[in-house]
Design a protein. Sequence first.
Length: 165
Amino acid sequence: MRVLGLDPGLATTGYGVVDGECGGSAALVEYGTIRTRAKTPMSERLLRIRSALADLLSAQQPDAVAVEELFFASNVTTALAVGQARGVLLLCAAEAGLPVHEYKPAEVKQALTGYGGADKRQMQQMLQMLLHLDEVPRPDDAADGVAVALCHLQSARMRQILSGD
């Protein structure tokens, strides 16, 4: 199964493409970021995100898309902007006919480390270990996209077990 994991952001959306069996070993295929410039009009930034994601979907042909849900404690303006970018990601994946799975940050942490309160360093160490990498994917947004993809592989395995397949 090939999974595209996305860490939504307006300025920077991180992504990671991972091949693996549900709950088994996994291999990192590609990771990176989709970036937009702050002074660009919102509509153009959203179009840039959609275009870049459509290109990525076409090139990588994932079987599923996993997207991190938003978590903001106080900054409403940032939450709204990121929410708009996240909406574009969900729409683009739906347009491609792909199943979309959403995960809370604590679910991603739980799936990778066994602890929903893991810090960024713990998460990155687990990514490095699970994917047998020489170094952690950079920047952090890209590493988060990879983590969301791995979370989906782990969660898909759990759903298989629970459904009796």
